[in-house]
Design a protein around this ligand. Structure first.
Ligand SMILES: C[S@@+](CC[C@H](N)C(=O)[O-])C[C@H]1O[C@@H](n2cnc3c(N)ncnc32)[C@H](O)[C@@H]1O
Length: 325
């Protein structure tokens, strides 16, 4: 296999990661309720747990988005005429192959730029894709899309994909700020493809984050293992209970870790001692649920316009194709 078409650019080394983690975790743990930002789920184990989540019967999101892509990708590729796919939070790029195949089928595919904080995942995936698509140039970026968008390689006729409802992990102001940066990186021919989970029956929403096998609970507690590993903290994950519920006012699922007893946790990396009382909760993730109107609003505020709205038949999930404007 030729490696000349493979490039890996690293904007996040271990030291940088720990430095950012220190600032963000210290800030989050001082909030009320206390918070740990969701990107800290994703060490190697966290990425593997997330992959297992995507296969759970209750977690409809990935299947719904995949089915949508299967149906819509050929048309999107034809109409966009893009030769390059840049993907934010690419993970294992599992669903991305549907887009890559559609672009290849349209005779357009030249380059793929996966961007993710999870270095192992990005490197492994980039290698696999190079074998699967021998003519594809892969320019992988290990970076944080909240900090490194301005460093991403320039291109033309790009499709920028942000799938998996990852945008839902951001509160509205932060989502607008992030998408504004994306918008300013888009050229007039570029398109943005956004995957969002939609508001639906509360029981269906809550089941997706409270699976019967407990994989989501393990994924949730993984944030504590990451803090133990990186900041020398002494969290005992088993002393925390997984909690996930739909907050109708904010239209988001909120995941928390609830302390099952009074306990003291020391975090030497932050020179911090946490006294947690029984029942006290730490917020680890929000996952916003949208409507067509709220997606259009979000895009408009970020300086983009909705070009196509593509919901699935049950209106569980939607893809939005947008342009700068
Ligand atoms: C919800 S998963 C989605 C993965 C994949 N796109 C999918 O649809 O299945 C979120 C992905 O975004 C990555 N991620 C989270 N925060 C990030 C950040 N700030 N910068 C870059 N990648 C991030 C995670 O490592 C993970 O692979």
């Amino acid at each position: 296999m030729s490696t000349s078409l493979l490039e890996v650019e690293v904007h996040l080394d271990e030291q940088d990661l720990v430095q950012t983690m220190k600032q963000e975790v210290a800030h989050g743990l001082r909030q009320r309720p206390r918070q740990i930002p969701p990107k800290f789920f994703y060490d190697e184990r966290g990425s593997q747990l997330f992959e297992r989540i995507t296969e759970l019967p209750e977690y409809y999101l990935t299947r719904a988005e995949r089915a949508l892509l299967d149906r819509a990708a050929p048309g999107i590729a034809e109409r966009c005429g893009c030769s390059e796919l840049l993907e934010l939070g690419s993970g294992s790029s599992a669903k991305t192959r549907v887009l890559l195949n559609a672009m290849k089928g349209a005779g357009l595919l030249e380059k793929y730029v996966p961007v993710d904080v999870s270095e192992t995942m990005v490197r492994e995936t980039a290698d696999q894709l190079r074998s699967e698509y021998p003519k594809l140039a892969v320019h992988a970026v290990i970076g944080d899309f909240t900090r490194h968008l301005h460093l991403l390689p320039h291109g033309e006729r790009r499709l920028v994909a942000f799938l998996g409802s990852t945008v839902g992990n951001f509160e509205r102001d932060s989502a607008v700020a992030l998408l504004r940066e994306v918008a300013s990186a888009l050229g007039p021919q570029d398109r943005f493809l956004l995957g969002t989970d939609l508001v639906k029956d509360q029981a269906v929403l809550e089941a997706a984050y409270n699976d019967s096998e407990g994989v989501t609970a393990e994924f949730n507690r993984n944030a504590l293992r990451v803090l133990n590993q990186q900041l020398d903290a002494d969290f005992v994950p088993e002393r925390f209970e997984h909690v996930a519920f739909f907050d109708r006012v904010n239209s988001w699922i909120e995941m928390r870790l609830r302390s099952t007893e009074d306990q003291t946790v020391t975090i030497p990396g932050l020179e911090m001692v946490l006294d947690l009382s029984e029942g006290e909760e730490i917020r680890t993730e929000i996952s916003c649920k949208y409507t067509r109107e709220s997606v259009e609003d979000l895009l408009r505020e970020a300086g983009m316009k909705l070009v196509e709205w593509l919901p699935d038949e049950r209106e569980y999930f939607a893809l939005s194709l947008a342009a700068r404007g």
